[in-house]
Design a protein around this ligand. Structure first.
Ligand code: HEM
Length: 373
């Protein structure tokens, strides 16, 4: 808030003000491709993720993102995601039913974690009998991106890379089986696009399907979990939502501002750039702290207040610019259904620990467990 831009001890830069973050996310001279980093900052994963469009720049990013968007139907049409509402409600109710009679529940393990992975499996068209192995791969991949201070990530990274390859192969084979014999799922839509320019290569298809899972799983887990935590910390707002369930979509937007699951994004300047009077050199990582922009008093009135009825809530929870979250409509629907279904049950619930134990991750923020009674 005071400095605008802060240089960190490793030489990279932090930007935490709303308007600077938005301007940078719309600046084509900032790259999402980590291969553009100066050697000193290049991560282990740069090569491994070459077909993930979240890590590519235009025009390659645009090509893959628009191909990946086609199965959702034309923009602004109700489309496949809306059709998922019924299915998401069923999965949510099944999970809640399994909790009946329990005195203590872990919102993460028992509810928020299984929900999005089951939804994405159904959306992609993974047969139900394969869902458990899919969940295992997913857990290994997500575990591999956790940052745990003082621990060598080597083992987890290797397990993650292996799980990513297995999942990619599995999804590419499943898609192959659907070629010419489509059913009503995204993998079928990927391989049976009537427009020949709609063809993804096998590698691109595998990477895109894995990306949907990686980008969409833990983020949604954290949104739901941060939501339960925030509501239990604000009993007045919880009560208000129970009385006025029409405010739930507004509450989800406010959660994306107040406790965003993705706290920061990283970019690499392709040339020297000027930000708030500071020159950031080419190749040096810039960290855009979305969570800080979301609490910038120059943009949001009374930013530290949680207000489900907040107006003009253009938060940065899904990013901004060409990489703005592709799964936002799905994430919104999932969180609205999940929190809506939990509301009647949260009235008498209490937190077992506050604060709960958090995941050690610099990028994603959410509790590792959230026991309630
Ligand atoms: C991109 C947040 C759920 C798929 C992003 C970005 C953010 C974000 C901040 C921007 C990344 C960047 O600019 O580098 C979230 C949050 C979610 C969520 C907070 C849940 C609450 C989902 C879901 C899916 C998904 C459910 C998939 C079904 C993606 C993809 C991208 C992306 C593919 C890359 C888009 C691109 O590069 O053009 N997300 N996301 N996300 N998200 Fe999400």
């Amino acid at each position: 808030r005071e400095a605008g831009v802060v240089r960190q001890t490793d030489g990279s830069y932090l930007v935490g003000t709303y308007y600077d973050i938005v301007a940078l996310l719309h600046n084509p001279r900032l790259s999402s491709d980590r291969r553009n980093r100066a050697a000193l900052y290049r991560g282990l994963d740069a090569e491994d993720q070459q077909h993930f469009f979240i890590r590519l720049d235009d025009p390659e990013h645009r090509r893959l993102r628009s191909l990946a968007t086609r199965p959702f139907g034309p923009p602004h049409s109700p489309g496949r995601i809306d059709a998922m509402r019924g299915e998401i409600t069923r999965i949510t109710e099944e999970l809640i039913e399994a909790l009946q009679g329990r005195t203590r529940v872990d919102i993460v393990d028992d509810f928020a974690y299984p929900l999005p992975v089951t939804v994405i499996c159904r959306l992609l068209g993974v047969p139900r009998e394969d869902e458990p192995v899919f969940r295992e791969w997913s857990a290994a991949i997500i575990d591999s991106v956790d940052i745990r201070p003082g621990e060598d990530p080597g083992e987890r990274e290797r397990a993650g890379v292996q799980a990513r390859a297995q999942m990619g192969r599995y999804l590419a084979n499943l898609a192959e089986q659907r070629r010419g014999r489509p059913s009503d799922d995204m993998l079928s839509a990927f391989v049976n696009d009537p427009d020949p320019s709609g063809a993804l290569t096998r590698e691109e298809l595998a990477a895109t399907a894995v990306l949907l899972l990686v980008a969409g799983h833990e983020t949604t887990v954290n949104l739901i979990t941060n939501g339960v935590l925030t509501l239990l910390r604000h009993p007045d707002q919880l009560e208000r939502l129970r009385r006025e369930p029409g405010l739930v979509p507004g509450a989800v937007e406010e959660l994306l501002r107040y406790e965003p699951p993705v706290h920061m994004l990283q970019r690499t300047p392709l040339a020297h750039i000027e930000v708030a009077g500071t020159t950031i050199p080419k190749g040096v990582p810039v960290v855009l702290v979305l969570a800080s922009g979301n609490r910038d008093p120059k943009r949001f009135r009374d930013p530290d207040r949680f207000d489900p009825a907040r107006e003009d809530n253009q938060h940065l929870g899904f990013g901004s610019g060409i990489h703005i979250c592709y799964g936002a409509p799905l994430a919104r629907i999932e969180a609205q259904i999940a929190l809506g279904a939990l509301l009647p049950r949260l009235g008498t619930a209490t937190l077992v620990e506050d604060p709960p134990p958090y995941r050690h991750s610099a990028v994603l923020r959410g509790p590792r467990h959230l026991p309630i009674e």
